[in-house]
Ligand binder design. Structure first.
Ligand code: DGL
Length: 266
């Protein structure tokens, strides 16, 4: 592992692009290998054992590509698989849960924290437990949003259907008078505009990727493996499903071409 080794990131689909955007902002000289397990998206409603198995396939696959660090660009993997796989491999793995919880506690004066995430993440109680360990009196109001991922993967970002679903999903949380909302699935920051329209300006949004990438940057500095400031980064997209669909929707969401991209079997 050297400064010129890439960082590996993975998600079930285009959700990880919100993490990639954050990497491009905070770590603009890093090469990235992005694995999107689009053949098996969505992850959110799958049993925990399956999520762990997918992680145990993807992490060695990324290691074979010489990655120096892995960022789990997937909330569901971070919530369910991270505790099981974190010490199993010869590479540091960054999860989204602890950084996201830390950011939420810091952002919430009232301690009334909303969480929207996949069914798997909500049911794992990973955020709830971590937030309580950081601030005993905090209250976490969690709501699973299973329709978001298929809508986003289908490119329905600004669609009226999506806005209706956003309204329904946010209703209970707004009734609970949250002052902070964790976007606990990496797909959800793609819906920031629609979410903001419903919550108004008074609810702080937490995208765990911001804090997680900042943690990753510190780890790279510490290990002496941060890329040189003069390095022009390369991005490589590896997909277990359709390349064309990912390139089409992904490039719209990222605002940059998704290339080079190729199909892989893991
Ligand atoms: N983007 C992932 C997450 O953060 C996976 C969502 C899914 O595939 O259901 O949870």
């Amino acid at each position: 592992m050297t400064p010129s080794s890439p960082i590996g990131i993975f998600d079930s689909g285009v959700g990880g692009l919100t993490v990639l955007k954050e990497i491009m902002r905070q770590l603009p000289n890093e090469d990235i290998v992005y694995l999107a397990d689009t053949a098996r998206v969505p992850y959110g409603g799958r049993p925990p054992e399956e999520i762990v198995k997918f992680n145990e396939e993807i992490i060695p696959f990324l290691l074979e590509r010489g990655v120096k660090l892995i960022i789990m660009a997937c909330g569901t993997s971070s919530a369910i698989a991270y505790p099981i796989v974190k010490d199993k491999y010869p590479v540091q793995i960054v999860s989204l849960i602890e950084p996201g919880s830390r950011a939420a506690v810091a952002a919430s004066p009232s301690g009334r924290i909303g969480l929207i995430a996949t069914v798997g993440t909500v049911n794992s109680h990973a955020y709830q437990k971590t937030i309580h360990s950081l601030k005993k009196e905090a209250e976490v109001f969690a709501h699973a949003c299973p329709l978001f991922v298929p809508l986003i993967e289908g490119g329905f970002i600004e669609a009226d259907e999506t806005k209706r679903v956003v309204k329904e999903y946010l209703k209970p949380l707004l009734n609970d008078k949250i002052d902070t909302l964790i976007l606990g699935c990496t797909h959800y920051p793609h819906l920031t505009n629609a979410l903001r329209e419903r919550t108004g300006p008074s609810v702080a949004f937490v995208d765990p990727a911001q804090e997680a990438v900042s943690d990753a940057k510190k780890l790279l500095h510490k290990a002496g493996t941060i890329s040189a400031k003069t390095h022009v980064p390369k991005y490589e997209y590896l997909l277990t499903g359709s390349v064309v669909q990912f390139q089409d929707i992904g490039s719209r969401l990222l605002g940059k071409p998704i290339t080079p991209a190729k199909h892989v079997i893991i």
